[in-house]
Design a protein around this ligand. Structure first.
Ligand SMILES: O=C(O)c1cc2cc(O)c(O)cc2[nH]1
Ligand SMILES: [Cu+2]
Length: 504
């Protein structure tokens, strides 16, 4: 959530987080080098929806100004908390060289690419985040019992990905002895669902690019809309097969059977007013299609569900919530039927894929602990990007107010740093965000390559047919001109003579 350099008692008291890029001295945001400047943060002041009635009680309100009110704003292709890195899709000392970041179908990676991806995730699970640290207490207790030991700690790159999701969905603490308030969610059940998860993935991808020193590293995706009850990516070369000893566990041949989850003690956090930290506890649990009490979630979404949701014309509809009808966002999120009509018992698309996993990946406070989360969400993001592309709409259609708290267009998404609004992620990825998807969409029966191949073969067959017809015509004409008997008569004569021979 915040850069290590900023979370000193003095830093927090000043409200300013404008560090100097490495290699420069005393140059906040690298401003003398033209990289960026320290500016004040504007937080969304528009009304939010009625779901959250506790204004003033939660550190995530008007994010991130409870903690900091000044940040770096970077110029051109410079980016990052100190303007010391390049925007996604750019590299070089001046960030002026473009690099392709292409997210591909994980099932279509080569054996070597699969191994590299799995190993990269495992490295991210073990590598401490180079820049960011997490708060382990609410702001009221952030300076510690003695008033000068700030309550932040290191976290690994992958665990930060898990923690940021947990922090965005956690309940509002209202005081010891009081029940925490669960009617908030800064990343689900609202228009921000697609923009929040888009930035969440972008941050993991950037962090992994830096870790691997490979600016073209791209997260793959899982096409979960394949119907049936088989998890095709649950194999030991990808996300881990099922254990032969325990239906809820991963095979010991998978590296992911060694992973331990964070943020499991959610009841403790909610009753004590504490926050999840980097402490790892139990293994990942997963039992695809195994929820016998809920037959609805024993099957994956169908390809047609994706085709249907892409046809919905409206991005989101009042009340911009999990009850919205005819809303593309509520449909891809999975609270509506794939055709857009709201039905409280339905779980479709993204939600259905989560619930199908039946374990760690199906509980919002824990779900990113299962690495399938990454692949499930890249596909969800690909559908969002395809929707934006097909409907050619800009961020003017994103609701500016009355969305649930955290989901208005100008709200800085919780708990990201540097601040980034929902609007900034509501743009087509290839043109604006430095990455793209390679996907074949259902309902589009042939790919461009297939269409071209078929056209070439068709043209060749036509040429061959014309050639054959002309040759025959020319031959027939030359036979006639040379005074031969017609061929048909010849054949009959031969037939008659054969018959007479066989009879004899
Ligand atoms: O019950 C649901 O629809 C449901 C569960 C779940 C878990 C998760 O991590 C999500 O991101 C969404 C979600 N929806
Ligand atoms: Cu999800």
């Amino acid at each position: 959530q915040f850069p290590r350099q900023c979370v000193t008692p003095e830093g927090l008291e000043s409200g300013e987080c404008c560090p100097t890029p490495t290699g420069l001295t005393n140059d906040p945001c690298g401003s003398s080098a033209g990289r960026g400047q320290c500016v004040s943060i504007s937080a969304d002041t528009r009304r939010h929806g009625p779901q959250y009635p506790h204004d003033g009680r939660d550190d995530r309100e008007r994010w991130p100004v409870r903690f900091f009110n000044r940040t770096c704003q970077c110029n051109g292709n410079f980016s990052g908390f100190n303007c010391g890195r390049c925007r996604h899709g750019w590299t070089g000392p001046n960030c002026d060289q473009q690099v392709p970041v292409v997210r591909r179908n994980v099932m279509q990676l080569s054996a070597e690419e699969k191994r590299a991806f799995v190993n990269a995730l495992d490295q991210a699970k073990r590598t401490v985040h180079p820049d960011l640290v997490i708060a382990t207490r609410r702001y009221a207790e952030i300076f510690g019992p003695d008033g000068s030991t700030v309550q932040f700690e290191n976290i690994t790159i992958y665990n930060y990905f898990v923690w940021s999701h947990y922090y965005s969905v956690s309940k509002t603490f209202l005081g010891t002895g009081q029940a925490s308030f669960g009617g908030v969610d800064f990343s689900h059940e609202g228009p921000g669902f697609v923009t929040w998860h888009r930035f969440h993935l972008l941050q993991l991808e950037s962090d992994m690019q830096d870790m691997l020193q490979d600016p073209s590293f791209a997260l793959p995706y899982w096409n979960f809309a394949i119907g049936g009850s088989t998890c095709d990516i649950c194999t030991d070369d990808l996300m881990g097969a099922r254990s032969t000893f325990d239906i809820n566990s991963l095979s010991s041949n998978s590296i992911f059977s060694q992973w331990r989850v964070i943020c499991e003690s959610v009841e403790d956090y909610d009753t004590l007013g504490t926050i999840c930290n980097n402490t790892e506890t139990s293994p990942i649990r997963r039992n695809p299609a195994g929820n016998v009490n809920r037959p609805m979630v024993q099957r994956l979404p169908e390809p047609q569900d994706v085709a249907d949701c892409l046809q919905i014309n409206t991005f989101d509809t009042p009340p911009y919530y999990s009850t919205s009808s005819e809303s593309f966002r509520n449909t891809i999120e999975g609270y509506s039927a794939p055709q857009g009509n709201y039905d409280p018992v339905v779980r479709s698309l993204h939600n259905l894929a989560h619930l199908f996993l039946n374990g760690t990946g199906g509980q919002t406070h824990l779900s990113p602990n299962d690495p399938i989360f990454v692949l499930l969400h890249t596909y969800t993001d690909a559908i969002f990007d395809e929707w934006l592309r097909r409907h050619s709409l800009g961020s003017e259609i994103y609701p500016e107010e009355n969305a649930p708290i955290g989901h208005n267009k100008g709200y800085n998404m919780v708990p990201f740093w540097p601040p980034v609004t929902n609007a900034e992620m509501f743009v087509t990825a290839p043109e604006n965000l430095g990455y793209s998807y390679e996907v074949e969409w259902p309902g589009q029966p042939f790919t461009l390559t297939e269409i071209i191949t078929m056209a070439i073969i068709g043209a060749l067959l036509l040429v061959a047919a014309i050639f054959a017809v002309t040759t025959c015509a020319v031959r027939a004409r030359s036979y006639k001109m040379e005074g031969h008997q017609p061929l048909l008569v010849d054949q009959y004569q031969r037939y008659d003579s054969d018959k007479s021979q066989s009879v004899v």
